[in-house]
Design a protein around this ligand. Sequence first.
Ligand code: ATP
Ligand code: MG
Length: 138
Amino acid sequence: MSQRTFSIIKPDAVRKGYTGAILAEIEKAGFKIVSIKKFSLSKAQAEGFYHVHAARPFFGSLTDFMSNGPIFPMVLEKENAIADLRKLMGATNPANAEEGTIRKQFASSIEENAIHGSDAEDTAAFEIGYFFAGVELK
Ligand code: ATP
Ligand code: MG
């Protein structure tokens, strides 16, 4: 059954001009781009998005990074979208990411790791609703 997930091309990848190449990988892997936009998060909006990590030591740095330049949030759709996107992204730390994954090709560090992908159905639902209104998601 078709499933939706949420993804972000993070500020490091946008700044380096990798947006097109990352979208090409996503489409090549069979995902349909349901909706996409470009804007910059405020620090408070980044904190809201990553609220599950609020107690982590890297929370301040992560939310500074995520609010320091434009991002491309998007909703993606395919069979098994959540797990398949996580596989296509590769490990959080690009040093541990498999060959051919997006993070292996485009990420520079464990923090500046090019792409986000939802990790479960409930987080995907929260994250899609955080960035997109129902009328944007036909
Ligand atoms: P994401 O949620 O962005 O898809 P992930 O699920 O692979 O990534 P999480 O553990 O959810 O990884 O961490 C969220 C984000 O926080 C990471 O993608 C990365 O940008 C940052 N991060 C994770 N661990 C560290 C760390 N040890 N030091 C600095 N930043 C980190
Ligand atoms: Mg995560």
